[in-house]
Ligand binder design. Structure first.
Ligand SMILES: Cc1cc2nc3c(=O)[nH]c(=O)nc-3n(C[C@H](O)[C@H](O)[C@H](O)COP(=O)(O)OP(=O)(O)OC[C@H]3O[C@@H](n4cnc5c(N)ncnc54)[C@H](O)[C@@H]3O)c2cc1C
Length: 412
C-alpha cells in the first residue's frame, strides 16, 4: 500500500499540514478543488494579509471562543511566536499593528500564499488543482484513501482541511462536513460568525457609513444578558458591522433562532452615567442659552445626534435652560444605552468564519487525529473552533495544520 498522505484543501491549514508532513519525511499530495491555493487567505487583512495576533498561547485561546481550550496543547507547541518565526524563515517578515494584528511587512496577502507554496515544494509536496474530493475511503483498519473526481487515490493518512461554509467563491462550501459526517463524526450546526448584523429600526439608514470608535455593545434577550463587546463599530445600510459588531456576532448566532436581540450601544463607556449626568447638568446651567442640539452634537457625530434628538422627543432648538431634569436623565440614558433591535445576521456566505463544524471532543488535541477513524486528521475551520477578528482564526488554522501534519507524517 502507498505510504502517502493526502491533504484535502489548499487553504492555510492544508498548506501548513502538507509542508510540515513532507518536512517530516512523508510523501504528500495536496488536492485543491479550485484552480488556486489560499483563496481565502488572500482576502485576509483587507488583502494586506494577516498571520496572527500579538500574544501568547493563552491569549490566543482566550479569543478563540468556547472551544478555544481545545487548541491549547497545539498552541503551546506552535503558537504565535513559532508562526512568526516560521514565516520569517520562509522570507516573509512580519510586523504588528497598533491593534495587535500581525501582518507581513509586504502588506500583501499573496506573499503568504507564495511562501507556503514554496515551503511545500521545497519538501516535495505535489499539488493537484481543480479536483474535488468527494469522500474519504475508510475501513476497519482506518483511512485507505480518498475519492476525487472519478478516481480513488490511496493514502495511509488524510488531513481534512476543507474550511467552513462562508465565502463559497473561495472554494469553502462545507464539503468537509459531509465527508466527516459519513465517517461517523458529529457536525455541530454550522452558523455564520464574524458577520454583519441586521437591525429592524427605521433610523438605521440615516446613519449608514458612520463609524463609532471604542463603544460598548451590550446584547440582551428576554431580560437576559447575552454578551458585551467593546471596540469600533460601523452602521451599515441595514444594521451594524465593524470589529465590535463582528465579534458580537459570534455570541448571537444561536440567539436569533429564539427571536430578536436587544442591543444597547454605550457611546461613552468610560464615563459612568452619574458623571455624565453631572456634566450635562453643569453644561445646562452654565450655557442655558445654548440649544439642546448643540449639546448633543458635542457628544455624538452629527447624523447620530439627529437620531438622539428625535428619539429624545426634545426639540433641537430648545434652550438648555428649558430642558427638564427628566429630559436630561433620558438624554443620559440614550447616550449610555441607545437601543437597537437586532433581528438576524447577514447570510453565512458573507461571514468571515463559520461557527460549528466537526465536534472538537471527537478530535485528539495533541495530534488533531480523529478519535473515530484511524489515519484521519483534521485542521482549520472545518473543526468547531472559531475566534474573534484580528488573526486568531488564521493562527488556529496554521497551528492545527502544523500539528496535524506532524502527526500524520509520524503515522506513515
Ligand atoms: C473576507 C475574509 C477576511 C478574513 N480575514 C481574516 C483575518 O484578517 N484574520 C484571520 O485570522 N482570519 C481571517 N479570515 C478567516 C480565515 O481566512 C479563515 O479562518 C481561514 O482561511 C481558514 O483556513 P482553512 O485552511 O481552514 O480553510 P480555507 O481557507 O477555507 O481553505 C479551505 C480550502 O479547501 C478547499 N476545498 C474545500 N472543499 C474541497 C474538496 N472537496 N476538495 C478539495 N479541496 C476542497 C477550498 O477550495 C479551500 O481552498 C477571513 C475570512 C474572510 C472570508
Amino acid at each position: 500500500m502507498t505510504q502517502r498522505i493526502v491533504v484535502v484543501g489548499g487553504g492555510p491549514a492544508g498548506l501548513m499540514a502538507a509542508g510540515r508532513a513532507a518536512e517530516g519525511g512523508a510523501q504528500v499530495l495536496l488536492i485543491e478543488k479550485t484552480a488556486r491555493l489560499g483563496n481565502k487567505l488572500r482576502l485576509t487583512g483587507h488583502g494586506r494579509g494577516n498571520v496572527t495576533h500579538v500574544g501568547d498561547a493563552e491569549e490566543i485561546v482566550a479569543h478563540l471562543g468556547p472551544h478555544g481550550s481545545f487548541l491549547r496543547p497545539a498552541l503551546r507547541r506552535f503558537g504565535p511566536d513559532e508562526l512568526v518565526a516560521f514565516f520569517r524563515d520562509q522570507g516573509v517578515p512580519t510586523l504588528a499593528e497598533s491593534d495587535g494584528r500581525v501582518l507581513p511587512t509586504s502588506r500583501n496577502a499573496h506573499t503568504l500564499v507564495t511562501a507556503l507554496r514554496a515551503y511545500c515544494l521545497a519538501h516535495g509536496v505535489t499539488f493537484r488543482y481543480g479536483a474535488q474530493v468527494r469522500g474519504i475511503l475508510a475501513d476497519q483498519g482506518g483511512v485507505r484513501g480518498v475519492a476525487a473526481g472519478d478516481k480513488e487515490i490511496a493514502a495511509t493518512a488524510v488531513v481534512l482541511a476543507t474550511g467552513g461554509l462562508s465565502y463559497p467563491a473561495t472554494g469553502s462550501t462545507g464539503d468537509g462536513y459531509e465527508m466527516a459526517r459519513r465517517l461517523g463524526h458529529t457536525i455541530v450546526q454550522p452558523r455564520a460568525g464574524l458577520v454583519a448584523l441586521v437591525a429592524a429600526d427605521a433610523w438605521i439608514p440615516e446613519v449608514m457609513g458612520l463609524s463609532l470608535r471604542d463603544v460598548a455593545l451590550h446584547a440582551r434577550q428576554a431580560g437576559r444578558e447575552l454578551a458585551t463587546r467593546r471596540g469600533d463599530m460601523l452602521f451599515t445600510r441595514e444594521g451594524i458591522s465593524g470589529p465590535a459588531a463582528l465579534n458580537l456576532s459570534l455570541d448571537l448566532a444561536e440567539a436569533f433562532e429564539r427571536g430578536r436581540v436587544h442591543l444597547y450601544i454605550d457611546l461613552l463607556p468610560d464615563t459612568p452615567a452619574e458623571t455624565l449626568e453631572a456634566d450635562l447638568e453643569r453644561e445646562m446651567r452654565e450655557h442655558g442659552n445654548a440649544s439642546f442640539r448643540t449639546l448633543l452634537r458635542g457628544r455624538a457625530p452629527r447624523s447620530l445626534a439627529a437620531v438622539y434628538e428625535r428619539l429624545s422627543g426634545v426639540p433641537g432648538e430648545r434652550q438648555l435652560a428649558q430642558v427638564s431634569a427628566a429630559e436630561r436623565r433620558r438624554t443620559v440614558g440614550m447616550l449610555k444605552s441607545l437601543e437597537v433591535q437586532l433581528v438576524a445576521t447577514r447570510p453565512i456566505a458573507e461571514a468571515m468564519v463559520t461557527l460549528g463544524g466537526v465536534a472538537c471532543d471527537e478530535i485528539a488535541p495533541e495530534s488533531m487525529a480523529s478519535r473515530i477513524v484511524a489515519g484521519l486528521y483534521l485542521a482549520g475551520e472545518v473543526m468547531d473552533v472559531a475566534g474573534e477578528t484580528g488573526g486568531y482564526n488564521l493562527q488556529a488554522a496554521f497551528t492545527s495544520g502544523w500539528v496535524a501534519g506532524t502527526h500524520a507524517a509520524r503515522r506513515v
